[in-house]
Write a protein of this length. Sequence first.
Length: 141
Amino acid sequence: MNPYGGSESRRQVLPDGIRIKDDVLPPGSIIGGDVYTIHHNPEIFPDPFRFQPERWIVGNGVTAEDVKAREGAVFTFSYGVRSCPVKGLARMELAVTMARLIFQYDFRSVPGDTEGQGNHEMGWGGGRQKTQFQVWDYRKW
Ligand code: HEM
């Protein structure tokens, strides 16, 4: 629901150019895969702004194909040779940290606190989502 950053990781097309489906991109073009858009594609993640961990578990209308498609669309650590080389460690650290926190503490929202919530005055799609913690990327929208 919240990417590590809102923008794409940029890449430059090499001297031979590149074809992506029907588009031919000339050498030197700056391109990137945008994690926020992929993770909010409603064809893969229906109702994408809703926190719904059950979407990862087969049953109750979720098929094994659904889960497979979702797992294939997870772009958190990027893909290819320049993807995060430490994804295994990062996942393990997150799992251990979250398990420890949940084991040791109870959590609730601070009553009336709206820190981090989006609102209608914010410019772009995700900025308007109340359920999405707002982060700034290297460029402001
Ligand atoms: C949840 C935690 C993490 C996330 C979501 C994450 C995500 C990413 C992503 C998306 C990239 C590719 C950036 C790009 O395409 O330009 C990347 C690269 C990289 N990450 Fe991570 N990362 C995480 C944790 C870590 C940790 C803990 C380390 C080191 C201990 C690490 C080291 C690196 C390095 C060295 C690269 C550059 C690889 C290269 O350019 O060849 N990452 N990470």
